[in-house]
Design a protein around this ligand. Structure first.
Ligand SMILES: Nc1ncnc2c1ncn2[C@@H]1O[C@H](COP(=O)(O)OP(=O)(O)OP(=O)(O)O)[C@@H](O)[C@H]1O
Length: 200
């Protein structure tokens, strides 16, 4: 599989964030999107996820499921974890599994895999920042999708959580997945860099 963008322009609130952006990445690779605050890293992930429309250029996935769109083959994990505070940890994950559909896995083993097996019935409102992030990572496991778009995936994670996140990313790459990650910190995994905000 090959994910690429050609001459992409992004306008937000009437202001040009970036233009003429090219990128390319393939199965088994991580593209780390780096650059200063406000340079458009999150915007780029949201464009690939189909949550924003580019002002120009094109984004495409070659070699995926022909009957599915790129957003349907992508997981987008925003830097603000999308959780429903009144639902339990397991209910949150079940919600995402049902909402995203497709090939689904069991909630229990996915929670165990991210170290939240003990918190299954806890309301998500009670989770710590790192636990919230772990629950978001479980979403990547419960529904398999080839393209992962991750915004600051390791933020709030302790050393063990970061190791866990790297392990999950490595498994995904080994099974032919693609990762695009916006980050200010090293991901702890080999990655090609896409630098935003001018310069190289
Ligand atoms: N909904 C919006 N309406 C108008 N402008 C927006 C909106 N969302 C973001 N922007 C602007 O788009 C620009 C790029 O924001 P974006 O969040 O993509 O940057 P970023 O590189 O991810 O930043 P950071 O490193 O701080 O996370 C910023 O100038 C921001 O103010």
């Amino acid at each position: 599989m090959r994910l690429s963008g050609r001459q992409i322009s992004c306008v937000r609130g009437g202001r040009a964030v970036f233009s003429g952006l090219d990128f390319e990445t393939a199965s088994g690779e991580v593209l780390a999107v780096v650059g200063p605050n406000g340079s458009g890293k999150t915007s780029l992930l949201r464009l690939v996820a189909g949550l924003l429309v580019p002002a120009g250029g094109s984004i495409g996935l070659e070699g995926g499921e022909t009957e599915l769109t790129l957003p349907e083959q992508s997981h987008y994990l925003g830097h603000r974890d999308a959780l429903k505070p009144a639902l339990s940890v397991a209910e949150n994950l079940s919600f995402w599994r049902d909402f995203l559909g497709g090939e689904t896995g069991d909630v229990g083993p996915c929670l165990t895999a991210v170290g939240l097996g003990h918190a299954t019935y806890l309301p998500a409102a009670y989770l710590s920042a790192g636990q919230r992030r772990r629950l978001s990572i479980a979403r990547l496991l419960v529904v398999r999708r080839p393209v992962w778009l991750l915004d600051e995936p390791t933020s709030a994670l302790d050393a063990a959580g970061q190791e866990l996140c790297v392990g999950v990313m490595r498994d995904h790459l080994a099974s032919g997945g693609i990762i695009v990650a916006a980050t200010h910190a090293p991901l702890g995994i080999e990655a090609r860099e896409l630098r935003m905000g001018g310069g190289k």
